[in-house]
Ligand binder design. Structure first.
Ligand code: IMP
Ligand code: MG
Length: 182
């Protein structure tokens, strides 16, 4: 694929759901909310790979509190609920015991992945544990996970761009668009 807006497996980017301007303005507001909530504290941002890298980059640069950044990568196997099937592709580089942890995620969908991540982090006894998701699809929720900070609540459509992918593609788009069949 040479064109970033090309066709992959018969799918392409259709209508724009969130413009670059809308995202920029909402991320600034979120950063202000997060900074206010943690005023006087230090925060460890735990970014979930890979989808949250663009959101993380924009959010961190607008935070006015001291932060450190760490990454967690998880690959979950489909068709099983067993926590034994979690495979960490990237692990934290510093312990989070006693730290204020804010998980930064691109999208909260069924909540399955995030509930596992939250259990894993809670076991490490952070001082506090909160979740910030750029996008939330509440209609899809299966696991009981809610975000403390949400950028946009969106309908049940598959979206790409601003870090979100389809089969690894389209992360580079500066806006969020709806994936459609060609
Ligand atoms: P959950 O465990 O179902 O909440 O999975 C969330 C993960 O699924 C996200 O981190 C994304 O990687 C992926 N995902 C869910 N919905 C979308 C979407 O609309 N576009 C791209 N990725 C999505
Ligand atoms: Mg993801």
């Amino acid at each position: 694929m040479t064109d970033p807006l090309g066709v992959v497996n018969g799918m392409r980017v259709g209508r724009t759901l969130l413009t670059q301007e809308a995202i920029e303005s909402r991320v600034s507001q979120l950063a202000a909310e997060v900074s206010a909530r943690y005023a006087g504290k230090e925060v460890t941002l735990v970014s979930i790979l890979k989808g949250s890298f663009v959101f993380l980059a924009d959010l961190t640069r607008r935070l006015t509190i001291p932060t450190r950044v760490d990454f967690l990568g998880i690959s979950s196997y489909q068709g099983t609920e067993s926590s034994e099937d979690i495979r960490w592709t990237t692990r934290l580089t510093s312990p989070v015991i006693g730290r204020h942890v804010l998980v930064v995620e691109d999208i909260l969908d069924t909540g399955r992945t995030l509930s596992r991540i939250i259990d894993h982090l809670r076991d490490q006894e952070p001082a506090s544990l909160r979740l910030c998701a750029l996008l939330d699809k509440p209609n899809r929720r299966v696991a009981p996970v809610e975000a403390d900070f949400v950028g946009f609540t969106i309908p049940d459509v598959f979206v790409v761009g601003y870090g979100l992918d389809y089969d690894g593609w389209f992360r580079q788009l500066p806006y969020v668009g709806v994936l459609e069949r060609v």
